[in-house]
Ligand binder design. Sequence first.
Ligand code: GLU
Length: 295
Amino acid sequence: MPPVFRFAPSPNGYLHLGHAYSALRNADLARQSGGRLLLRIEDIDATRCRPEFEAAIYDDLAWLGVDWEQPVRRQSQHLAVYREALDRLTALGLVYPSFESRAEIVRMVAQRESSGAWPRDPDGAPLYPGTAKTLSASARERLLASGAPYALRLDMAAALARAGALDWHEQGAGPGGEAGVVVAQPQAWGDVILARKDTPTSYHLAVVVDDALQGITDVVRGADLFWATSVHRLLQCLLDLPAPRYRHHALIRDAAGSKLSKSTRATGLRELRAAGLTPGDIRRQLGLAASPQSG
Ligand code: GLU
């Protein structure tokens, strides 16, 4: 079976050099291994995703010389599939609703921090204190019936007890230079959000469901998602889904050493193209060998 790669951008802005690097690495690896390259549009966040950004993704990738299979999977068209996965986790007793707003969580954490450091997740956000987990069944029912907004969270302690120890096969290099077998540490994320009242999935849930449904064998993406892989491995285990191989690559940074942002024009592919750069120039700038498709 040929390996199956995917590039999975979110259409919430224009692509920059970092996306180009990820897309081209996937395309090169697929070509070199006689594999396939799929494109997935991760557009579950309806408030931030826009059709013009999606159109620009197709345009920029085609210009770069990236060749992907049709049809493209658009996550917003598959919400029922994610809901089904969520229902399975709920049936296992691993999901609970939390009703605090972000501001309330910040306040709760600040109170706890007055008596010592409070743990943060690998992205630097304070862990959810788990308060809603201890609500009585009747209090929970009352809140749900009131129509209050809520987030559905994974009960991490229960999920870990069910899954046991997990690891993944890393072919790239993580933030600490890890390659080989990496021990997953999903507990570092606490009770992660799996869905919200009006959205039946989060990034973490959709990505594992889709990688499995699309038969992805090799996930190649930026090192900023290295530790998210711990959560992905946990969800794969709980949902009986296969684990792909992972290759996290170093992030492309700007001249000041900062992570690129979709709003910085200096590294936007549209701007570089308008300034007269060719796809071959982009590959050279990214340190990628010339390809037959690039000019
Ligand atoms: N949609 C994610 C992003 O644009 C990437 C997801 C992934 O590669 O797993 O950052």
